[in-house]
Design a protein around this ligand. Structure first.
Ligand SMILES: [Fe+2]
Length: 381
């Protein structure tokens, strides 16, 4: 089977190995003549980034680059990015990278034409309607990891550097107009990033599938997304140059983010404050939290995971699925406890305070309280 396709759901996606060459056409489709490529510091000097800038330059689109982006991007990175966008006279953004580059790139395009502070657009109620929608610059997204799925998302996570809180900033027009999913860009990912990002995609699918909200389309996407991660993440982890496995993981990542329109849950509610306070890797943190959350949610999700386990070829229903998750983590080098990531006992009250106000709480199938979140953090520690 040829793993190439042009998809228009949930946005325009050009999928297939080598398709980064089509970046100039993607920019043209959105009317960009002078795009700003936004990525993180770590990626800025890598060959995939330089080659991408060469493709743009050769097409007369310049080689505008902003890479002053932290692993957990914050409002300072955003202000600097918007300043670079305006100073360079750019007319669109290429959000390039893993979660950090994609999220910050999307926000530079969003904030370039706004007058209110970014925190006024947090994903609460209809706050997004405060934005000047016509002033949002066009966005092409190019993922270089397979996990976040931010390339097909309508939100970005920005850390408030003063409060250490991770805030979700939402607007429908933050959904990139064109996405180029080229699995060749992920070939150089180090093994632990392959594992952590792949397990972020898995957590998106598991939490969307667990969410009680009615959204059968997302439910189906979440289930197939889990299957792709189960089949192909071990292959991508064992051999980073396995392009079929890299392609299937890139699909699973986009599927996870499409599925979680149905909701996320306790895994992400815990992971967001942990990442904000301890700067841990997001997907790895999710993976460490997942066994405790599955046990906690068991009364509400066991039935549906009995069916999922059958589809995934896992015997033993929900209990078999839980055992699989722990074995899967172990096989991918994921630590068993949050303590192994540097999380400390005395931080639990602060983490609970961050978790209980995280929008992900709303999708958890068991109602989250400060008490049960404290117990969950303790169990995962
Ligand atoms: Fe995530």
């Amino acid at each position: 089977m040829s793993l190439v396709g042009n998809w228009s759901y949930p946005t325009n996606i050009k999928f297939g190995a080598g398709r980064i060459k089509e970046l100039p056409e993607a920019c043209a489709a959105l009317g960009m003549k002078k795009p700003l490529l936004v990525t993180d510091r770590g990626l800025a000097d890598l060959p995939i980034t330089k080659e991408t800038l060469n493709i743009l330059d050769a097409a007369g689109l310049g080689r505008g680059l902003f890479s002053n982006v932290d692993p957990n991007p914050n409002e300072t990175n955003l202000d600097a990015g918007v300043a670079a966008y305006k100073a360079g006279g750019h007319d669109g953004v290429i959000a390039f990278g893993g979660g950090s580059g994609l999220d910050l790139g999307k926000m530079v395009a969003f904030m370039a034409g706004q007058t209110r502070p970014v925190w006024d657009f947090e994903d609460i109620g209809d706050w997004w309607t405060r934005a000047e929608a016509d002033a949002i610059a066009p966005i092409v997204a190019v993922p270089t990891t397979a996990g976040t799925g931010s390339e097909v998302g309508r939100a970005s996570v920005i850390t408030n550097s003063e409060t250490h809180a991770k805030k979700i900033i939402f607007h429908p027009k933050v959904l990139p107009g064109v996405v180029i999913c080229d699995p060749e860009l992920t070939v150089g990912m180090p093994q632990f990033i392959t594992a952590g990002t792949g397990l972020d995609a898995f957590a998106h699918c598991v939490e969307a599938f667990s969410s009680p909200h009615y959204h059968p389309m997302s439910q189906g996407i979440a289930l197939e997304g889990m299957r792709l991660v189960k089949e192909y993440l071990p292959r991508a982890y064992a051999d980073g140059s396995d392009i079929e496995a890299r392609a299937q993981m890139m699909s699973a990542a986009a599927m996870g983010a499409t599925a979680f329109m149905k909701g996320l849950g306790a895994i992400h509610a815990m992971s967001h404050p942990i990442g904000a306070v301890f700067n841990t890797h997001h997907g790895t943190t999710n993976a460490v939290c997942m066994p405790a959350v599955l046990e906690f949610n068991a009364p509400a999700i066991a039935d549906r995971f009995n069916s999922a386990a059958a589809y995934l070829g896992i015997s033993g229903g929900f209990d078999g699925f839980r055992a699989f998750v722990q074995d899967f983590n172990d096989s991918l080098g994921i630590p068993r406890k949050l303590g192994d990531l540097g999380v400390t006992q005395n931080a639990i009250p602060e983490l609970v305070k961050g978790a209980i106000i995280d929008p992900s709480c709303g999708g958890n199938p068991v109602k989250l309280t400060e008490d049960n979140l404290s117990t969950l953090f303790q169990a995962a520690l």
